[in-house]
Write a protein of this length. Sequence first.
Lengths: 235, 291
Amino acid sequence: MSVLQVDNVVSGYGSMEVLHDLSLAVGQGEIVAMLGPNGAGKTTLLRTIFGVVPPWSGTITYKGEDISGVPPERLVRMGLAYIPQEYNIFASLTVQENLEMGAFIRDDDIHPRIEEIFELFPDIAERRKSRAGELSGGMRQMLAIGRALMLNPELLLMDEISTGLAPFLVDAIFERVKELNDQGVTILLVEQNAPKALQTSDRVYIIEGGEKKAEGNPEAIAADEEIARLYLGRS
Amino acid sequence: MGIAAQLLVNGLIAGGTYALAAIGYSMVYGALKFINFAHGSIAMVGAYIAFVLFSLGGIPIIPAFLLSMALTALLGVLVERLAYRPLRASPKLASLTTSVAVSFALDASVMMLLGAEIRSFRLPMQRTFQIGPVYLTLVQTVIIACSFAFMFGLYFLLTFTKLGKSIRAIADDLLLAEISGINGNLVIAAVFAIGSALAAAAGVLIGMETNLQPTMGFMITVKAFAAVVLGGLGNVYGAILGGFIIGIVENLGAWYISPVWKDSIAYVILILVLFVRPAGLLGKPEDATVV
Ligand SMILES: Nc1ncnc2c1ncn2[C@@H]1O[C@H](COP(=O)(O)OP(=O)(O)OP(=O)(O)O)[C@@H](O)[C@H]1O
Ligand SMILES: [Mg+2]
């Protein structure tokens, strides 16, 4: 059974339709990657799933329950988490406070969980009292992931977490993504770095112009000259 | 020397009330990124609630004061719910314009209910203390104590409590806060409640030190607005600093230059500072361009 199912979703901003009848599914325990050129609508799809942009039509189901248009605050309680593409940390809060906000809905003691996150990302542990805005790009992304993990989500949506990072940091981040997945977290991620995404994911969707252009396992997608030329910016 | 010390203390007293009023301005700007011009009138309503309870209702001044803060907090929450929330997705100019309308509506309501005449608390406690060369009335001592107590309380709230951290989180990024599971509407309501309660405190203290008039909100708005911009939009501590600077400079200026200029001095300072630091004393540069 799919954890997440997106069926015939149409959505956009104001009167501009961005997603045209888009469908996709993410199975239990999968890492699914969404690839596609700038402006394809990848971010818009994640926003629509997470209740930030209301769907115009179509349905989104999470573990069999219709979550179309359900506000983020409720989705968080249902086990979803979302790392937006930009502005994914509270720059004026400290590192530790960022993590605390990630567990805002919990009323019990969250400090053990904060320490677990710091064990996962030791670099940011040393900066726990620093303002998040002072962190380097790589540490910001680690903090963004840490915030999203605070509630032990079952499904994690990640939007271009590796963009702008040095290759060794990209590798480090994707290693963490793999580890999380091994621990049972289902992941839907958007990536600019096609080789990395193909290497990490179990399944891939190619999105362009708000439509699904292809889907398949990474090997098949990677082997498809046509897809590579048209959508992945290779020739 | 003696006179300078006295002026400084007088400035501190005025500045304390400006700072209390400015906090709500700053917090609402932080949360919703618009300037709530009704805030001074909210303070005025707070002053009148305490006046009605105390002078007409016979309730002792301390419970009247606290009750006025609670009721004004409720009023602030109501104003947000009815006037500002429907406009949240609209351009900020819509909220700003609405806040001017709310301000007029509040002024007119109080004028209709209680008349336009000047009122006074007539507090029977005009005892005077002397500390070195400085004279203070009991009311003035209360003003200084209250404003520092409330500001310390606010610092504690924002720094150490979950609610306070979530207030800072939504001011930083409302969308990310909601994505994190924070109920934005609830936190915004809390911002209006706290800001309005402190405005009520400012209104009551100003009313005790001087008197009450339905139009007093405008003067509070003028001073608090200057304090907020001087200190840096959206930075609560900047607003407090701005309030004190304006209170002190005003009192010094009124004495050494001319009392006629008292109310303009705040703006002269403000303009001078904005030339050098467009974002205000403690503000972030990116907020300088936002209306
Ligand atoms: N907040 C917004 N308001 C209006 N239009 C928007 C908004 N955000 C995105 N768009 C438009 O929607 C379309 C899809 O954008 P989206 O951000 O979903 O693309 P993307 O695939 O995530 O691109 P990128 O790889 O650059 O992140 C684009 O044409 C974009 O200009
Ligand atoms: Mg995007």
